[in-house]
Design a protein. Sequence first.
Length: 188
Amino acid sequence: MISQQLDAAAPVGPTRTRARRRWAWIPAALAVTALSAAACSSTSSSTGPNPATTQADVQKLFNSFFNLAADKSVSGKTAEIQDGSTLTVAAGQALNSSLAASAGGATVHTVTVLSDSACAAAKVPSPCAAVKYDILGPGGQVLLPNSSGYAVYINGKWLVSKTTICGLFGLFYQAEGNTGTPPGCPTS
């Protein structure tokens, strides 16, 4: 449309060609501007958690993760854990333990997003949230009440923190008669 208007306004001959070349960059500049705006908007939305959805996102995560009776997929569970790939062996052991079948989800009572310094003190990356929850049985009864843990926000999504999971994997590990710490979990 712009080039048609320029063609009509420019005189015929070499001047017309120069006018066309002079304005030819406009569509390219508009395309670059649109792409830049799209890139900026997608980058800014993934830089931190959405405060309006944090509570619901963490509740969904914890309920899904602790529903071991419905889903015993090691890869599915490790995808919901911070550094989950380092806990594949421990997750496999926990999911094969006699206790795993009794976990049917979680009820999350509170999710409190913490400051950077509070995350550092908890030894979890920032952004993070303190989570108070109960682990439920398949029928909804409370199996492990008043539990405390952390969720961490990494690569645009909330994950159960490695420290939280290693504490729980330790319970599974000991219930099976093992000593020490589960594979992939820190020793202290």
